[in-house]
Design a protein around this ligand. Structure first.
Ligand code: FDA
Length: 370
């Protein structure tokens, strides 16, 4: 028996939910976090009376009633509906692709007219077996939507040409033949009133947390402190990159305060033109409907990733998945270390999935011990 039952590495949603639940069940747990704040990428910070999503816009959405009920134990969520707008060479379009978009693009007013154009463009492209993302997208939505709303954004996001990206990245592109700008199809969505950091504060209330503490700076010490480690950092780093580095896309965020009450009239504005170096501007006050004379806008630039930079999106192509499988094999043989969360599993998880995965692990752990 070591000093703690669990060492949780990382105070993001995965680690914090896990720590909260096992602590509630009488386990002794300590959380270490390399950043100087808790919350991982859902961290929000109040700037000019506005909760700023410091690591990119986070909109909670799920179809899972249990997870929706779970998150509400820690925060009240408002009824925010995500309705992004896309800007392409001076033209504004509603997203996701719906009757408003088709009216803006072609002037069509009925679903029959819109379907006719999309079908004729798909037919004209005559792509039977899409070999890359470009062909896949054109075969799903036709040339106009692809060129104005998909191509530039996707190429900036991944740093590669759509013709060089694998087709499996987009299995489908949602097309809606109603005048409905709600981005998500999920039953439940909202933004926690007061920001996400408050949720994580509540999760970690009463739990020992050490900030600015990198597991790798004192690995030997941390490996001897608890019976089990829940590791939510990078799986390849844990194994000292012995099979090579897993690839990520990174992001750069520029936060700016503007002395006007309303900058862009919407929380999320996407820039789908490849010549604009950023992909999104986020005006945070619209998430919570905050009335104030100033506003904060974040510009999001996609960046290549290299060691030492923040890793945001895993590049789950075949080359990286092959490397991941080797790390997973090593992980399976480490009895006292469990890898979880988006970096530990090298997987893009939405917040509800992160919580669900963490709760599944809690159940497994608590039942194992009985
Ligand atoms: P997360 O990365 O949050 O936490 C891991 C923590 O471990 C970090 O705090 C890190 O500092 C720490 N750590 C790593 N290595 C360490 C070490 N060696 N020692 C100590 N600490 C270490 N989801 C959604 O549902 N709706 C949305 O709108 C969005 N939007 C969105 C935008 C962007 C830009 C991204 C990148 C992601 C989203 N998401 C999202 C996904 C969401 O961010 C995700 O589900 C959770 O943050 C994952 O939580 P984790 O705890 O797994 O990782």
């Amino acid at each position: 028996m070591l000093e703690y039952d669990y060492l949780v590495v990382g105070s993001g949603l995965f680690g914090s939910v896990f720590a909260h639940e096992v602590n509630k069940n009488g386990k002794k747990v300590i959380v270490i976090e390399k950043r100087d704040h808790i919350g991982g990428n859902v961290y929000t910070e109040e700037i000019s009376k506005i909760n700023v999503h410091k690591y990119g816009a986070h909109i909670f959405h799920t179809d899972n009633k249990d997870i929706w009920d779970y998150i509400q134990k820690f925060a009240e969520l408002n009824r925010y509906t995500n309705s992004p707008v896309a800007l392409f060479k001076g033209e504004l379009y509603n997203l996701p692709f719906n009757m408003n978009t088709f009216y803006q693009m072609w002037g069509v007013k009925t679903p029959v007219e819109a379907k006719k154009i999309i079908e004729s463009q798909k037919k004209e492209a005559n792509i039977k077996d899409p070999k890359n993302l470009e062909e896949q997208a054109i075969s799903l939505v036709g040339k106009d939507i692809y060129e104005k709303l998909v191509k530039g954004y996707t190429e900036k996001q991944w740093g590669k040409k759509c013709s060089e990206l694998p087709s499996f990245i987009i299995k489908r592109l949602p097309v809606r033949f109603t005048f409905d700008n709600n981005y998500f199809n999920d039953k439940y969505q909202g933004i926690p009133i007061g920001g996400y950091t408050k949720i994580v504060e509540k999760l970690l209330d009463g739990i020992e947390v050490k900030l600015s503490t990198d597991f790798f700076k004192d690995k030997e010490k941390w490996e001897k402190i608890a019976d089990k480690i829940i590791f939510t950092g990078m799986i390849d780093q844990y194994f000292d990159y012995c099979f090579g580095e897993l690839e990520y896309r990174s992001l750069k965020f520029e936060h700016k305060i503007h002395d006007i009450p309303n900058y862009q009239g919407n929380a999320v504005l996407n820039y789908t033109d490849k010549d604009v170096p950023y992909t999104r501007t986020i005006e945070h006050k619209h998430f919570e409907g905050i009335k104030y004379e100033k506003t904060v806008v974040t510009t999001e630039y996609p960046m290549p990733w290299k060691k030492g930079k923040e890793a945001y999106y895993p590049v789950n192509d075949e080359k990286n998945m092959e490397i991941l499988r080797k790390y997973e094999e090593l992980a399976e043989n480490k009895e006292n270390v469990i890898f979880g969360g988006r970096l530990g599993r090298y997987k893009y998880y939405d917040m509800w999935e992160t919580i669900e995965e963490s709760l599944k692990l809690v159940e497994k752990e608590l039942n194992n011990k009985k």
